[in-house]
Write a protein that binds this ligand. Structure first.
Ligand SMILES: C[S@@+](CC[C@H](N)C(=O)[O-])C[C@H]1O[C@@H](n2cnc3c(N)ncnc32)[C@H](O)[C@@H]1O
Length: 261
């Protein structure tokens, strides 16, 4: 199995262990310490199938059904975006803002697995709403919120539509939206993620353009979003209605912006 995985992974031994543990239900310790190659044919077939999928660039998280964000373990499945470590800084920035400005109500637009919303709900006293257009994302996010004991109101819909009826009480709109240009070349494992979570038109700005149209006339809100550095100048132009400021991630790369409208 290590050989199969070596084409897709820098640590084929560890990945083989994780796949074997997922398929057999045995702990990694048990596999390492007492495993005697005695798995039945069906499990052996499933393990080989998973290793082959992985060697073709299928993300390991979709095989193990686990990912980690902000120190928490999340359930994940194919069809839902895998949260990235860089986005943890967006949560840090939001929590600082919530504290400094005494914000009470937050909405996470495009919540995916629920990562941002859950991290904020567990680390603040805010009332938290989370939305997504993807039905599967909403159901996985609900599952994660339940698992973590986070109280979140989930709503399905595009952009601000689901929260429009009570937008007056929202203090902070946070989002890590799709922002990759459709022309970009991406590695196979990223392409295995849902494309409506990744791509936003030829320039990657489609989500911001529509979203900015919707927030332009709402007053007194904070907006915090993730973006790609190459989009900074266009974003400044698009955001003629509010004060935009930029922040870097934990690796020193400008990746987030804040708007006060
Ligand atoms: C890059 S993923 C981010 C997921 C999660 N917030 C995270 O950081 O891990 C973008 C998410 O936005 C959702 N999405 C895409 N277009 C949307 C729209 N117009 N309105 C609401 N959600 C949208 C996708 O389904 C996906 O879950």
């Amino acid at each position: 199995m290590k050989n199969i995985l070596s084409s897709a992974s820098e640590s084929p031994g560890t990945e083989a262990l994780l796949i074997l543990s997922t398929i057999t239900g045995m702990t990694k310790e048990r596999i390492l310490l007492s495993f005697e190659n005695k798995i039945d044919d069906e499990l052996s077939k499933q393990t080989l199938e998973s290793a082959t999928l992985r060697s073709n660039g299928f993300p390991l998280q979709y095989i193990t059904k686990k990912c980690y964000f902000y120190g928490l373990e999340f359930y994940i499945e194919e069809g839902v975006f895998i949260p990235r470590i860089e986005t943890e800084t967006l949560v840090d920035l939001a929590l600082e803002l919530i504290d400094r400005e005494n914000l009470r109500t937050v909405v996470d637009i495009g919540t995916g697995s629920g990562a941002i919303a859950i991290a904020i709900a567990l680390n603040s006293d805010c009332e938290v709403y989370a939305t997504d257009i993807n039905e599967k994302a909403i159901s996985i996010a609900q599952k994660n919120a339940q698992k973590q004991g986070a109280r979140i109101n989930f709503l399905r819909g595009a952009f601000l539509e689901p929260v429009k009826p009570f937008i007056h009480k929202i203090d902070l709109i946070i989002s890590n939206p799709p922002y990759i240009p459709t022309t970009a070349t991406l590695p196979k494992d990223v392409l295995a993620e849902p494309h409506d979570a990744l791509f936003a038109g030829e320039d990657g700005l489609d989500f911001y353009k529509q979203f900015f149209k919707e927030i332009e006339f709402i007053k007194g809100k904070h907006v915090m979003m993730e973006f790609s550095l190459e989009q900074r100048d266009q974003l400044k132009e698009l955001c003629y209605f509010g004060n935009i400021s930029f922040f870097h991630d934990q690796f020193g790369k400008i990746r987030f912006f804040h708007i006060k409208i």
